[in-house]
Design a protein around this ligand. Structure first.
Ligand SMILES: Cc1cc2nc3c(=O)[nH]c(=O)nc-3n(C[C@H](O)[C@H](O)[C@H](O)COP(=O)(O)OP(=O)(O)OC[C@H]3O[C@@H](n4cnc5c(N)ncnc54)[C@H](O)[C@@H]3O)c2cc1C
Length: 396
């Protein structure tokens, strides 16, 4: 057995041989937040037949998850290895999910490159670090001729070192959340929308209920999966100030893009319904004081939005001419929940083990994995070793 296989085996044993405390099925669990994370946790809990109630102050998917780029990956920014490995498991979890939920995931892979020499050198150095991990997703360095066979409409500018990450996929998160919610209800769980969490109520030291804008809900465990609202709801600084990211959706366009294109400044892919989804790498700053101040999910005026779109077009037009022909369907601003050290925060809070927290960036990539691990921890009252690096206690 080589080192790679040995490490895989050890990690699998660690993952699937949790330290068992006791089993508890008399649970009433309230999950706060119907984004991808809270919805997956509730879905997995409902599969166990647990009395679970998922609440959201707005509609399911109306937070960050509804304004995401929706790229499922375990690429180089996810480091160190423990985090990258976790994301690799995330990809596997999506493959398992396809056996249960009728959703299509486009496993087309991504192509990434930079124009500036230093950026390109940094990219290659990151990829060589990634390739040295005991396990990693499939990557290959290809030249522009090879890339053009995969993606004829893109001008790769004679780049000799384009990173082809073969295992990456994309998903329609809004559709996925809706399907999961249907399943939660079929499994006997409750989903209450426009229901805002207010506070926890206790009998002695035990949680007895959750106060919400619609009244009290009985509970003996509570999961906070409330994204960018984590700091305010838990009165602690787990996350940095949320950063904005703009997502642009075109109207359906002729089939032209096969992969996730991560070019200089912007990234995009084409959904099976023809829509092209565009994100930006923070290069074009959002100069919309009103949107920034009030954390709006749209630009505050049409002219600011047009100005922004023109910048995106001129940047993307350098390597994708068709961008000028795209009609725009939707422009949204998403707000990223980013933990202070960049890694997911998943686990019980030390001061009360019946309060559980799950928040992270890359929640789309990790959703099904986090959902199944968190549900197991809650239902079986165990601690799963693969989550050890991500516990909230590291901020105490
Ligand atoms: C522009 C952009 C692009 C991104 N691209 C990717 C990507 O390609 N791949 C990837 O993996 N990740 C990506 N991310 C990150 C990813 O979208 C997030 O990590 C993920 O959506 C977080 O999900 P969540 O369920 O934790 O939070 P959310 O989706 O924000 O859900 C939290 C929910 O909690 C609810 N809530 C808050 N407070 C209360 C309360 N008091 N009472 C009741 N409900 C409450 C909110 O209404 C919200 O619906 C991107 C993010 C952005 C902004």
């Amino acid at each position: 057995m080589n080192r790679r296989h040995f490490l895989k085996l050890i990690t699998a044993i660690a993952l699937y041989s949790p330290f068992v405390r006791s089993s508890n099925k008399n649970l009433k669990i309230v999950v706060i937040g119907a984004g991808i994370i809270g919805t997956f946790i509730s879905y997995e809990l409902s599969k166990y037949g647990i009395d679970v109630t998922l609440i959201d102050k707005n509609k399911p998917g109306s937070g960050t998850s509804g304004s995401s780029f929706n790229w499922v990956n375990a690429t180089y920014p996810k480091k160190p290895y423990s985090y990258n490995y976790f994301a690799q498991l995330g990809i596997n979890s999506y493959k398992n999910l396809l056996k249960e939920i009728d959703i299509s995931i486009e496993w087309n892979g991504s192509l990434e490159w930079f124009n500036l020499r230093q950026d390109q050198l940094d990219l290659l150095s990151e990829i060589s670090q990634l390739m040295n991990y005991p396990t990693h997703t499939k990557h290959e360095i290809i030249n522009s001729e090879q890339a053009n066979i995969l993606e004829p409409s893109i001008n790769f500018n004679n780049n000799k070192n384009i990173v082809y990450s073969k295992d990456d996929g994309t998903i329609n998160t809004r559709e996925l959340i809706n399907l999961l919610i249907k399943s939660i209800k079929i499994n006997g769980g409750k989903v209450i929308t426009e229901c805002e969490y207010k506070k926890l109520n206790f009998q002695k030291t035990n949680i007895s209920s959750v106060s919400t804008s619609l009244g009290n809900i009985d509970a003996n465990k509570v999961v906070f999966a409330c994204g960018i609202d984590t700091n305010s709801l838990l009165s602690k600084n787990y996350l940095i100030k949320p950063t904005p990211g703009v997502i642009i959706k075109s109207k359906p366009y002729k089939k032209i893009i096969n992969k996730i294109i991560v070019g200089p400044g912007i990234h995009f892919y084409q959904q099976s319904n023809g829509q092209i989804i565009i994100g930006e790498q923070g290069i074009i700053s959002i100069t919309d004081a009103k949107s920034l101040k009030n954390r709006l999910e749209r630009f505050s005026s049409r002219s600011i939005e047009m100005n922004y779109l023109n910048k995106i077009r001129s940047m993307g037009g350098e390597f994708f001419e068709d961008i000028f022909d795209l009609e725009i369907d939707e422009v949204s601003i998403g707000w990223r929940p980013i933990p202070i050290d960049g890694k997911p925060i998943i686990g019980r809070l030390d001061h009360n083990p019946n309060i559980y927290l799950a928040t992270m960036h890359s929640g789309i990539s990790l959703g099904p994995l986090v959902g199944s691990l968190v549900a197991r921890e809650l239902v079986q009252d165990i601690e799963i070793p693969v989550l050890e690096n991500f516990r909230p206690s590291r901020f105490d």
